[in-house]
Structure formats: structure tokens, C-alpha cells
Design a protein around this ligand. Structure first.
Ligand code: NAD
Length: 438
């Protein structure tokens, strides 16, 4: 299959590289010339495990190319994927579809009859209908529009793409279904479930999936808050409920609240869709509020651990990316935490294995250290914000001797409280009955 991938960001690049690896001929298009020049020189625009090698091997085989020239990619394609960003619109939080519709208008100028346009971007219900309308207005006929939402997780993107729990295809027309079945054939042969649905259903499925995961996270976070007051351990509660097959163990890790490029914007977009449809989604609405509040209140956790104030204190922050194995800082819980600490008079030293460069663009007044121990040196408290693997095996005695104040605030419950205390630290986790109101 000849595929044009419009938008070479996280999703477009990973999807394009994986489709090429399946044996398809993929041209990834982006209007960001620096990104394309970099890719043509073998430089990845994002940090994602395994991506560089996958891109390199498929580019060398001539199956994966990068260009800013959209017409040349679209003209010869049998399927055109739209993988541009759909950020939250300022003001009402709805998905901003400007990039999607602009891309469709450009595609419309050159697309050939028989081609399938596929939205991989996360788009609200009815976007496929609007794309069809734009194509009609531009005089395009005999082109099908399908929805194929992407469920990959940053940090595990390639494995997720190649071994998905399911592939969702929303397409009414047989031709579009056949083309997408052919594109995903290697996964189909691997018995990955392919769910063929109506286009609107596929569009909504993506939002429902992300909203449900956000609900699960906020649920366990609220249970964690209760654990802190009634002296119970949320880790054991999560295990106790997660072993129930009806609940499942995943997304039950209490922590600082969810961030990232998807959950915050997708929950807001779902609420806007629901508002427009006149059907309130109270559970999701509350989840958004619970999560926003949680992230804003992280600084108060550190204040409590430091006896009521961070003013004049030195706080070391480990992990800035919104989750491990990525340099993505979008909506990361570290942002309100670090800003709050600085605003309340703390000196902040921070370390992240890969996200420092991105973080520097967002966070001011922070000293960036070269490793966890350097960040901890002379600090009053150490706060673990992102659970990178390398933070799971710190030499706690060395940390305790580097720290001035001996306080460990473990927002990811990485450490065993007893072990941390044996190493000489005063431990504050999440939902472990230890943080008391000061
Ligand atoms: P991104 O911001 O990393 O990349 C989008 C790219 O599209 C940018 O490089 C931009 O320059 C390019 N672009 C915009 N308009 C263009 C045009 N007209 N022509 C060519 N290129 C254009 O975004 P992302 O994180 O890859 O997300 C893309 C979509 O996938 C979003 O809808 C997102 O919600 C969804 N999604 C993201 C993830 C994730 O983990 N990041 C997972 C699943 C779904």
C-alpha cells in the first residue's frame, strides 16, 4: 500500500514508521521544514524508545520518506492519514480542528478518486462528516473518509502500535474497510482484534477510552486521599481491587494526577461534545475538576512535608516529563508543582533523564542538575514526580546524606516507606497514611 501520513508528530511518525515496517510505502509529510530536514538527516524530533532504529532501517530500505511537499505524497497514495494535532481550543476547551481542516483542504487539491482519507488524529464525533463536506466543497468525489483512532502510549509507542489491544476502524464503505484491513493485515494475522464500526462510533470510542482511563486514575487518587486520613495504604487497596478481573490492575496507581498530551484535552473535548449534544457527562466533568485541583495542590503536599512552608527551602525535583520514557512536557504535573514552589519562595533544583531541554522552555527559576544525586545535594526535600526507572533504584543512604532536610516526598509511591526510613529519610508517599495535615 502507498500511504501518505500528514503530520509527522508523535502519532504520525510512529504510525508512519510502523506501517513502513509492515512493508507499506509511506511518505511522512510535515509543514515544519526543520523537523523534516532533521528526519532526513536521521535526527528524531521526539525521544521515544526504539524509534530512531525503526525509522533508520525503513528509510534505508526506501519504504519511509519525509517531505514537506504534501501534493507529491498525496497524489500517489492509496490512503491518506491525517495525524495533525487537535489541541484544546482556547476558551471552550473543544478540540481545535483548524489543523485537520487545513490539511484536508490541501489534500483535496490533489487527491485521486478511490483514495481513502483516514483520520488518525483524535477528533470529535462528526468530524468525518465535516471532512466529507469540505472535500465535496472542493469538488472532490469518489473519496471515502474513515476514522482510525490511535491508542498508542508515549514511551511504549512502537510496542503499542505493533501489538495493539485492538484496532478500531470506523468506516461505512466496503472499499475503505478493505483498504484499512489491508494496511493492518500483519496485525490481523497476529490476531489483533480489528473492530469495524460506524465512523461516528469510532470517533467517540477514542474519547470514551481516554475519559474512562482518566476516571480510573482520579478514582484511585481520591481513594488515596481517604487512605491518608483513615491510615490505610492505597497500594494495598489498589492491589485488592485490581485483582478483581472486573476492575483490573492497570491505571490504579495513585499519584500526582494525570497530564500529557491526551487525557487533559480529550476529557475537555468530550465534555464540549456532550454539552453541544445536551447530554451532561457528570462523571467526566468531576474527574477533570478532581485532577486539576490535585495538580494545583501538589505544592501544598511539599509544604506539609516541610513543616508548613517551602519559603527559603531548597527542593529537589526528580522527573519533569509527564511520564517516564518521553520528553513530552505537555500538561505535566511537574509544571504546577515547580511553578508553585518557585512562587512560594523555594529554590528548586531539578533533574530529568531526557526532558530537561523541553522543561527549560517552560520552567524558569530552576537549576537543572546532571543527575539525581546532584539535584539532591544540599536540598531540604527530594520530590519524586516522574517514575523513571533510574529513580526506582536510588541509593537511599547516599540520598539521605546528600539531603540537608532528609525529607522524601514520593509522589509515585516508588519506595517502600520502611526502607526509606531505615535509610534515614522522612518518607511521605501518596495514600499511605503518612501525610497528615499540618
Ligand atoms: P504533534 O503536535 O506531536 O504533531 C502534529 C504534527 O502535525 C506537527 O509536527 C505539525 O507540524 C504537523 N502539521 C500540522 N498541520 C499540518 C499540515 N497541514 N500539513 C502537514 N503537517 C502538519 O501531535 P501528536 O501528539 O502526534 O498528536 C496528533 C494527534 O494524535 C492528536 O489528535 C492527538 O490527540 C492524537 N493522539 C496522540 C497520542 C500521543 O500519545 N501523542 C496518542 C493517540 C492519539
Amino acid at each position: 500500500m502507498r500511504i501518505a501520513m500528514i503530520g509527522t508528530g508523535y502519532v504520525g511518525l510512529v504510525s508512519g514508521a510502523c506501517f513502513a515496517d509492515f512493508g507499506h510505502r509511506v511518505t511522512c509529510v510535515d509543514k515544519d521544514a526543520a523537523k523534516i530536514d532533521g528526519l532526513n538527516a536521521g535526527k528524531m524530533p521526539i525521544w521515544e524508545p526504539g524509534l530512531e532504529a525503526l525509522v533508520k532501517s525503513n528509510a534505508e530500505r526506501g519504504r519511509l520518506t519525509f517531505t514537506t511537499d504534501l501534493p507529491s505524497a498525496v497524489e500517489s497514495a492509496e490512503a491518506v492519514f491525517i495525524a495533525v494535532g487537535t489541541p484544546a481550543r482556547r476558551g471552550d476547551g473543544h478540540a481545535d480542528l483548524t489543523y485537520v481542516f487545513d490539511a484536508v483542504r490541501e489534500v483535496a487539491k490533489v487527491i485521486k478518486p478511490g483514495t481513502v482519507v483516514v483520520t488518525k488524529s483524535t477528533v470529535p464525533v462528526g468530524t468525518g462528516d465535516k471532512i466529507e463536506q469540505i472535500l465535496r466543497e472542493e469538488g472532490v468525489s469518489e473519496v471515502s473518509v474513515a476514522s482510525n483512532p490511535e491508542f498508542l502510549r508515549e514511551g511504549a509507542a512502537i510496542a503499542d502500535f505493533k501489538h495493539p489491544d485492538r484496532i478500531v476502524v470506523g468506516a461505512e464503505e466496503d472499499h475503505a474497510q478493505d483498504v484499512l484491513r489491508e494496511i493492518y493485515r500483519p496485525l490481523f494475522l497476529n490476531r489483533a482484534p480489528i473492530l469495524i464500526t460506524g465512523r461516528r462510533t469510532a470517533e467517540l470510542t477514542k474519547y470514551a477510552a481516554n475519559a474512562f482511563l482518566a476516571v480510573k486514575i482520579s478514582f484511585i487518587n481520591e481513594i488515596a486521599d481517604l487512605c491518608e486520613v483513615v491510615d490505610a495504604d492505597v497500594q494495598d487497596v489498589a492491589r485488592g481491587i485490581g485483582l478483581d478481573n472486573r476492575i483490573g490492575p492497570k491505571f490504579l496507581h495513585a499519584g500526582p494526577g494525570y497530564g500529557g498530551s491526551c487525557f487533559p484535552k480529550d476529557t475537555l473535548a468530550l465534555l464540549k461534545t456532550a454539552d453541544d449534544a445536551g447530554v451532561d457527562q457528570r462523571i467526566v466533568r468531576t474527574t477533570v475538576a478532581v485532577n486539576d485541583e490535585r495538580k494545583e495542590q501538589l505544592v501544598e503536599r511539599v509544604e506539609r512535608a516541610l513543616g508548613g512552608s517551602v519559603s527559603g527551602k531548597r527542593v529537589a525535583v526528580l522527573g519533569l516529563a509527564f511520564k517516564p520514557n518521553t520528553d513530552d512536557m505537555r500538561e505535566a504535573p511537574s509544571i504546577p508543582l515547580v511553578k508553585g514552589l518557585v512562587e512560594r519562595g523555594a529554590k528548586v533544583s531539578a533533574f530529568d533523564p531526557v526532558a530537561a531541554e523541553q522543561a527549560e522552555k517552560i520552567l524558569s527559576g530552576v537549576e537543572f542538575a546532571n543527575d539525581a544525586y546532584a539535584a539532591a545535594d544540599g536540598a531540604d526535600a527530594l520530590v519524586i514526580v516522574t517514575e523513571w526507572d533510574e529513580f526506582r533504584a536510588l541509593d537511599l543512604e547516599r540520598i539521605a546524606s546528600s539531603l540537608q532536610g532528609k525529607v522524601l516526598v514520593d509522589l509515585r509511591n516508588v519506595y517502600d516507606p520502611d526502607e526509606a526510613e531505615e535509610a534515614g529519610l522522612v518518607y511521605f508517599g501518596i495514600g499511605r497514611g503518612r501525610i497528615q495535615a499540618s
